[in-house]
Design a protein around this ligand. Sequence first.
Ligand code: GLA
Length: 412
Amino acid sequence: MPDCNNIVRAMFFISLFGYARVLENGLVRTPPMGWMSWGYYMCGADCEQNPDKCLDEKLILSVADTFYNEGYQEAGFEYIIIDDCWSEHHRDRDGRLVPDSLRFPNGMKYISDYIHSRNLKFGMYTNVADVTCMRYQGSKGHFKVDADTFAQWGVDYIKVDGCFVGEQYLNNAYIHFGGYLNKTNRPMVYSCSWPYYIEFIHNKKPDYPTISKHCNLWRNYHDVVTSWSAVKNIIQHYEDEYSGLEKYHGPGHWNDPDMLIFGTDSLTEAQSKIHISVYAMLSAPLLLSCDMTRVKGYEKNLLLNLDLMAIARDPLGIMARPYRIDYITLWVKPRMPRKGDIYPSYSLALVNVSGQKRTITVRPSNYGLNCTDGYSVMDIFSKRFLKNITFEDSIDVTVPSEDVILYTLFPL
Ligand code: GLA
């Protein structure tokens, strides 16, 4: 009994402490969910040659329609974010960014109004250098006017990249750009690529206490590409770096492992389950990047599985802790106690990326689940309650090769 109360008390302090440190914009108390163009459409500027990968107004409005009409919005997907390559190569006479006139003929305010009329949110992209990573107009020397322009366009989320600049400049620029965003008085989620460039381009240690004070989320590893090995590397990175990353992660301030590659024909069904389960367990942002008409039935079932999305959007926002057991990684995530409960629930993901099926025995009490009269075990993919266990019981789990078993345990 005293153990349980201590856990709940500790969680309360974690969330209070987290609250005191976050940006004052009050946004993304749960990790952002939505769609971002880069992973699949990339630069998408040559619409004549490559109409299937055209980044234009029609595409963005169609994503808003799909979110609105097909249940994604109810599952929590809300941000629709235009990445690099949206602008002309020159600014206007007043120094403002100008959307590409062929692909975005009605401008960005039009898109933003459309997205808002569907009760969704609008995101855009810039870089702290004088050009973006794909050498479109960047924001160096224009922080104030660009922050004001994004605010006037009704932007709700801004991804700010960090190509082509030095370490000192990065450390100052992100703080200054964030200051101009705050001064607009329009709350905008501030997504920074700052630690990625510090660590992987400049080979220095990112100053996470400062980064997490100024940014709502931050990229800290390489770009995802549409392959299983890219996803596996990202997951492995988060497993290896868990202890350095988890302390900065929580409501309003998130580590960002990059986009989901659903809808791109890159993963088997079981690999897709691993991809989304680990991201949900990490409380990572869930940003799709694909042609939404190509999302497969099984992918859509995962994205619209509300028990799975409840893991991703748990209000405590804790990054699951990995434990390596033989060939399996067991991820353990404490969850907000259900209404009326004093004990937390837990989600457990057993991930097997090896070439053979594996069986392990898990004793939940070894991982902090040591409260009360036991737990009711729910299988998240079949949406069925499996059984009740006492806190001293063990569960034998067989995980097929390259697959995952995902449970939530509710206190009885
Ligand atoms: C960088 C970022 C990507 C994307 C591209 C755009 O590589 O990490 O996510 O924004 O730039 O050029």
